[in-house]
Design a protein around this ligand. Structure first.
Ligand code: AMP
Length: 170
């Protein structure tokens, strides 16, 4: 399965100079969607206790992987979306900062966590998610992505944390 055939480049979205990797075309293809979910599920079967999905495209693949593995799904969301007590982590953007939140009781203990998002770019988002898991005394087994933009160095930003991506653009 060559996933590249199912990922669409949208130049200058959401702003000039960015090439947006559109995975809606991948999600719409039954074989490609199954391939993505099975790839992650087969790799982590029996090795994790929960999937942590990052808002919002991480929710889509994350929930399917959690279902396939028979584990629960925990959520990391943008500020102000989670209704109960939260912890937050901020990270640098090109201009300014962004913040992610997790419920204080997002998962039980001990907990082996698979962090899932659609795409790894600079790694700021995933790094903040890892920080939140560790704040809750969870163990990050790996961070998994459909797409990795290798030239942006996100893997280095995640340091010791194992990074699993299905397609890398260099
Ligand atoms: P980063 O924190 O720089 O690793 O950015 C990762 C987050 O931003 C993910 O949630 C992606 O969905 C989104 N993202 C960043 N760059 C792109 C891109 N070129 N195409 C699609 N999504 C992107």
């Amino acid at each position: 399965m060559d996933l590249r055939e199912h990922i669409r480049d949208i130049p200058d979205f959401p702003k000039p100079g960015i090439v947006f990797k559109d995975i809606t075309t991948l999600l719409a293809n039954a074989d490609a969607l199954r391939y993505v979910v099975d790839s992650f599920a087969n790799q982590y079967r029996g090795r994790i206790d929960t999937v942590l999905g990052i808002e919002s495209r991480g929710f889509i693949v994350g929930s399917a992987v959690a279902y396939a593995l028979g584990v629960g799904l925990s959520l990391v969301r943008k500020p102000g979306k989670l209704p109960s007590q939260t912890y937050s982590a901020s990270y640098e953007l090109e201009y300014g900062t962004d913040t992610l939140e997790i419920h204080a009781d997002a998962f039980g203990h001990p907990c082996r966590v698979l962090v899932i998002d659609d795409l790894l770019a600079t790694g700021g988002t995933a790094h903040a998610a890892v920080e939140l898991v560790e704040r809750l005394d969870g163990e990050v087994v790996a961070c998994a992505f459909i797409v990795e933009l290798g030239f942006l160095g996100g893997r280095q930003k995640l340091g010791e944390c194992p990074v699993h991506s299905l397609v890398t653009y260099d």
